[in-house]
Design a protein around this ligand. Sequence first.
Ligand code: ZN
Length: 66
Amino acid sequence: MKCRNCGAEIAANALICYKCGTATSEAKIKPPARKSGLGPAAIAALVALALALAAVAQQVACPSLL
Ligand SMILES: [Zn+2]
């Protein structure tokens, strides 16, 4: 491929141009995306669900016991 900066012919798997040092692509090295497990949205949904269940349990328990 060609360097997008200086146009020099460089190896296809080269990370940077040997002439000018420009990176051939920004997307070669990415920060690891951790998508496994629960995200913040899922945790927030679980907390909201727990609060709703607790509120329903209180409403159901109090009138029936008193
Ligand atoms: Zn170059």
